[in-house]
Design a protein around this ligand. Structure first.
Ligand code: TEU
Length: 562
């Protein structure tokens, strides 16, 4: 075993507090669900932001880093949650959003008042150019990254919404504030941090114009000028040394636009800055390269899935570490995206295949709320059902371009972040048990809640839930799942994904059919330890318990055998 660490051996469950369990203001939403979360067999709960916020981006716009959103409860409720979680041997990870604040944060309210305000340099300001924005950068959510501030007659930078002004990390006082926030929460006893878009904190000197890809666009994507910027490692090493390293906390960076090279550097066990990161190469595989927006999508090709996954599984080497995820609050539901929801039977089978396929890989796994039920995308009929700022902006832009509503909704149904944000489905009662009858949730429940919900899944031993639970038990029993080396087999196979995890004389073989059609996989010529294999888990019930490994396997629709 190389570089053993506790945070490599755990499994994380992500809660999106706005959509998990309505608390009616009494703060017991997540607390009352702890036993359920524990029963799944996870070790850590990461909560998306729970701080006070004007909710322009559902809490990713923070107006007070040391408070609790009154919609969810009070600081006393939080303390209770933390102690109740710890009693059950569950760890709590906070979302740390420090690339930007809310425009309602007291720092920004001060900063925008005048050019000599003491908080002015907490943010990034530039003069306009001939009455226009300082440069041509496009925001993540569409439109310009610049917003005019009348009091100072200049512009502030916001890579995301205009209510999310970017902090100026060049300013050492900003870095000190971040360390203080870490000390505040780690001092309370939280167990880790998920660092929101952390590789955007260091912008290229001078903020040069973005390259022009499509001349008819008004603003242009400037990723190369702010992702993985020149001072990123320096700033983060300082935060690591002076804050994180003083506690036994784990850190995961959310880092769009990174390659395995970045991954190896950022997560290096000695010289890195986070323990692991979320890469975006995998979730980008269904983006249409000829499209004009990330909502334009194609069917991801198994060849690419193999290429990207294998690259990340192998290139972080001995000293780096992966995190494994198929879903989060920004991504559509994985069973709709990579599996099949055409029949109820195939939904269950393919959700299980995806679970086994990713949970036996090398890295710390993350499960997003409802993923363990095989929750699906929501078939939004009308933009009125959507809430997400990115989705609403996209729709408006499409209308401005003269596109039809149907064309816009097509992209939204497949890719909108709202797909993952509909309420957790607990039971068959009103609002799926998320909130009491008569209360309209902030976003409607997916209509399929009568079939897909916690109560049904827990009561059915063949459910997706029990399959996840069993895999998490297997991860605990077999250290090879955590520390074994990964190798891709049958790389050229058009529809089966086959890989091994090996440590000494222990080997796990995962065979997964990514298509509805049957297929066969011949393992006789493959590099295997050989001998008789024992079935660990499968998503069909009639699979042989013992098999000679070096032979041909038959796989049915979305079948997985481990
Ligand atoms: O996401 C950043 C991010 O790069 C994306 O997943 C983004 O949501 C998507 O590409 C939209 O273009 C993080 C948070 O996870 C997300 O919810 C926030 O909206 C965003 O940062 C800003 O804080």
């Amino acid at each position: 075993q190389t570089n053993a660490r506790w945070w490599k051996e755990v499994c994380v469950y992500q809660v999106y507090p706005r959509s998990y369990k309505d608390s009616n203001g009494d703060g017991v939403g997540v607390i009352s669900s702890l036993d359920y979360i524990k029963s799944l067999g996870v070790d850590v709960i990461w909560m998306s932001p729970v701080y006070p916020t004007p909710n322009e981006d559902n809490g990713y716009d923070i107006s007070d880093y040391r408070g609790i959103n009154p919609e969810f409860g009070t600081m006393e409720d939080f303390d209770l949650l933390l102690s109740e979680a710890h009693k059950r041997d569950l760890k709590i990870v906070m979302d740390l959003v420090v690339n930007h604040t809310s425009d309602q944060h007291p720092w920004f309210i001060e900063a925008r008042k005048s050019k000599d305000n003491p908080y002015r340099d907490y943010y990034i300001w530039r003069d306009g150019k001939e009455g226009k924005e300082p440069n041509n950068w496009q925001s993540f959510f569409g439109g310009t990254v610049w917003e005019k501030n009348d009091a100072t007659d200049d512009y502030y930078l916001h890579l995301f919404a205009k209510g999310q002004p970017d902090l100026n990390w060049e300013n050492p006082r900003v870095r000190d504030e971040v360390k203080d926030i870490v000390h505040f929460w780690a001092g309370k006893g939280v167990d880790g941090f998920r660092l929101d878009v952390i590789n955007c904190i260091s912008k290229v000197e001078g903020l040069p114009d973005a390259p022009i890809k499509n001349p008819t666009d008004k603003y242009h994507w400037a990723g190369e000028h702010f992702f993985n910027g020149p001072k990123f490692m320096e700033y983060m090493s300082q935060i690591r040394k002076e804050a994180f390293d003083r506690y036994d906390v784990f850190t995961v960076g959310e880092t769009p636009s990174v390659t395995p090279d970045h991954g190896a550097t950022f997560t290096h066990i000695d010289t890195g800055v986070v323990h692991m990161l979320f890469q975006f190469e995998f979730v980008a595989l269904d983006t249409d390269p000829n499209g004009s927006h990330r909502f334009d999508s194609i069917k991801p090709q198994l060849r690419d899935i193999k290429g990207v996954t294998t690259k990340w599984q192998t290139e972080l080497g001995r000293d780096g570490w992966n995190s494994l995820y198929l879903e989060n609050h920004d991504q559509p539901r994985s069973v709709s995206r990579y599996g099949c929801v055409e029949t109820e039977e195939l939904r269950v089978i393919s959700a299980k295949m995806l679970a086994a396929w990713y949970l036996f890989q090398k890295g710390t796994p993350y499960i997003y709320q409802g993923q363990e039920l095989g929750m699906t995308n929501c078939h939004f009929k009308d933009i009125g059902e959507c809430r997400d700022i990115e989705t609403l902006n996209y729709y408006r832009e499409m209308m401005d371009k003269g596109e039809t509503a149907e064309r816009a909704m097509k992209g939204i149904r497949v890719k909108s972040r709202d797909n993952a944000r509909t309420p957790m489905q607990w039971n068959t009662e009103a609002n799926a048990g998320f909130c009491r009858e008569g209360v309209r949730p902030w976003i409607d429940v997916n209509k399929n809640f009568r079939e897909i919900n916690v109560e049904a899944a827990v009561g059915d031993e063949n459910s997706v839930f029990h399959f996840y639970k069993k895999i998490l038990q297997l991860r605990r029993q077999h250290k090879v799942v955590v520390y074994g080396e990964y190798e891709l087999l049958a790389g050229e196979h058009a529809q089966a994904y086959v890989y091994t995890r090996t440590a000494g004389d222990e080997q796990i073989v995962v065979l997964a059919n990514f298509e509805r059609e049957n297929c066969s996989v011949d393992l006789s010529g493959e590099k295997l330890l050989g001998g008789e294999g024992e079935l660990l888990i499968a998503n069909y019930n009639d699979v042989d318990e013992k098999r000679q490994m070096t032979q041909t396997f038959q796989l049915r629709a979305y079948e997985v055998q481990v």
